[in-house]
Design a protein around this ligand. Structure first.
Ligand code: NAP
Length: 560
């Protein structure tokens, strides 16, 4: 079936309807919600700001955008026909292919008839007298619903730093997370601010087109080779043959990945392996001397980070691994000053989201690419024709902000969400988000957040996390209806208990190391409270908790 781009313009008529479930966002979560609600006999309307489905993969069209989870596993599991008929062309698919997949799913299951595109939600308010949510949009729609599901994404609210003079720039100013649909001319003098996952993916591709590329880097990153390659037919065939076992293993894995071995046809579950297994003789980097550590790198390369079990647990081992990594940069980047600028120091590997790249360091050996260390030579202003740092002015035709997102809470903060007694979600979360299981907030009955703060979300294969949340939410709504219950609402006590657990499992990991400043902690947004946002206790453990909560009569929730 050909996958089509939705070209529907902003709908002409204003919507004023009442449904069982209103959903905000038509990314992979919103789309699956349509599938599940329909199958459960629930009426559903999805409101989407973009002109088509795809969410993250609709907005992040920057050059080089690509997934870093293997495509065979970064896909829906709810339809075996869909699994069998879709063919991925690369081990890790690029953005255009993932967007095509999303469109294919929309076509195949006729999802768009329940989605209102080009429609941005402005507010959602709980009407206590009617136990209903009223959702309003920028085009005057008014949707009332028994349940409201925020499928707004974890990385969807772009962070466009307010650098002085930003709006005076007369060239083209772009954000990777809000990239135009039409082709962008990058042949001139291009600047990229940011070296997180987006910047690291975009820089090598832009470098090939630009007359000159200047990378403005505040914090050097740790990035590992993606080792992407064309999909081998025998690998795709092995997956397709064993998809049910693969999906089951994904569900009960640490991070939504099955550990499937195409040659053996078995998953991590079937082999009885667990990421947490401790080998009988623990492989510890900290136990090796300098020569042995060097020999280990020569033998294993980037494999040392997972081979040695203490790298992400013991600060000493972590620093040994970082030192080997830094030597690696010096061996790849020809100019010593550039290598030095690109070298991460002062924070552990494993603190920030792991970045994967394709020829990132090699790109800095090109004559048309240079890096400005803006920690040492800060940007003072953006001028009409470029960027001024403390030491110089760099003329640019295009300036790309690869500056990330107000993660996990930003998209919700941008909607005026009001619960009981008109309490605003953004006020309730002023000191940091409080949730139970990342699914619900006290005082906001029948409001659900898909992959919300306090759930594994960004630390798991997010499609697996989405399916688990959507299944839980829809199964719960169906169950409530069967029991004649009108509302489900968590309590402040349950939130406090869960929040303490989320912090407890994050404590002592590299994610919360004292020297770590990441978007997981809200550290990338000025004024955002510092709180570790996702749940790091493991996806399988989290799923088991959610299942148990339901079987034990919705422990931590009040049903009325
Ligand atoms: P990011 O990881 O937050 O990186 C943003 C970059 O911009 C950082 O280098 C940051 O520097 C810099 N920056 C932010 N504000 C700045 C400012 N005011 N001045 C100068 N530099 C500034 O954002 P991202 O690269 O868009 O990635 C976000 C997340 O999206 C990833 O972690 C990942 O979860 C997901 N993602 C995944 C993929 C993939 O799967 N392959 C690709 C893209 C994105 P500091 O480090 O100093 O803050």
């Amino acid at each position: 079936m050909p996958e089509t781009e939705n070209v529907a313009a902003r709908p002409a008529e204003v919507h004023d309807v009442d449904v069982d479930v209103v959903v905000v966002g038509a990314g992979f979560a919103g789309m699956y919600l349509v599938v599940r609600c329909r199958a459960a006999g629930l009426s559903v309307v999805v409101l989407e700001a973009g002109t088509d489905v795809g969410g993250t993969w609709y907005w992040n069209r920057y050059p080089g955008a690509r997934c870093d989870v293997v495509s065979m596993e970064y896909s829906y599991s709810f339809s075996s026909e869909l699994e069998q008929e879709w063919d991925w062309t690369e081990a890790m698919a690029a953005q255009p292919e993932i967007l095509r997949y999303a469109r294919h799913v929309a076509d195949r299951f006729d999802l768009r008839r329940d989605i209102r595109f080009s429609t941005r939600v402005t507010s959602a308010a709980f009407e206590e007298s009617a136990d209903r949510w009223t959702v309003r949009t920028d085009r005057g729609d008014r949707i009332t619903a028994r349940h409201c599901v925020m499928a707004t994404g974890c990385l969807s609210a772009a962070n466009l730093p307010d650098i002085p003079g930003r709006d005076t720039f007369t060239g083209r100013l772009l954000h990777t997370g809000n990239w135009p649909k039409e082709p962008v001319d990058l042949s001139g003098r291009v600047g990229v601010i940011g070296t997180g996952s987006s910047g690291v993916q975009a820089i090598p591709v832009i470098a090939e087109e630009a007359a000159h590329l200047t990378v403005f880097q505040r914090t050097p990153t740790f990035t590992f080779p993606a080792n992407n390659r064309p999909m081998k037919p025998e690998i795709a065939a092995a997956y397709k043959e064993h998809y049910r076992e693969v999906r089951e293993a994904q569900k009960w894995s640490a991070a939504g990945m099955s550990g499937f071995s195409p040659s053996r046809g078995t998953t991590i579950l079937q082999r009885g392996e667990r990421r947490s297994d401790t080998p009988s003789e623990p492989r510890l980097l900290a136990a090796l001397d300098a020569d042995e550590r060097r020999a280990a790198w020569d033998r294993l390369g980037f494999g040392i980070f997972t081979y040695f079990k203490d790298v992400y647990r013991d600060p000493v081992a972590n620093e040994y691994a970082c030192a080997l990594y830094r030597d690696h940069i010096r061996s790849v980047v020809a100019d010593p000053a550039t290598a030095e600028a690109l070298t991460p120091v002062g924070y552990p590997v494993g603190c920030k989201r792991q970045v994967l790249d394709t020829r990132f360091y090699e790109t800095f050996n090109r004559p048309n690419v240079d890096v400005v260390d803006i920690a040492a030579d800060p940007i003072t202003t953006i001028t009409p024709d470029g960027v001024r740092t403390a030491r110089r002015h760099i003329e640019l035709d295009t300036l790309v902000f690869a500056t990330g997102f107000d993660a996990m809470t930003g998209a919700l903060d941008r909607i005026d969400v009001a619960g009981r007694s008109g309490t605003r979600l953004r006020d309730y979360w002023a000191e940091g988000p409080r949730t139970y299981l990342g699914l619900q907030v006290a005082g906001f009955p029948n409001l659900f957040t898909v992959t919300g703060p306090g759930s594994p979300s960004v630390l798991a294969n997010v499609i697996v996390a989405i399916e688990q949340h959507v299944d839980w939410i829809v199964d719960t709504i169906v169950d409530l209806d069967a029991r004649g219950m009108r509302t489900i609402e968590t309590t402040a006590e349950a939130e406090a208990r869960w929040g303490a657990h989320v912090n407890e499992v994050a404590a002592g990991t590299m994610y919360t190391a004292p020297t770590c400043a990441s978007w997981y902690l809200g550290a990338n947004i000025e004024g955002k409270p510092r709180q570790f946002l996702p749940y790091v206790g493991g996806f399988a453990r989290y799923r088991a908790t959610c299942d148990r909560v339901r079987t034990e009569g919705y422990d931590g929730f009040v049903l009325t």
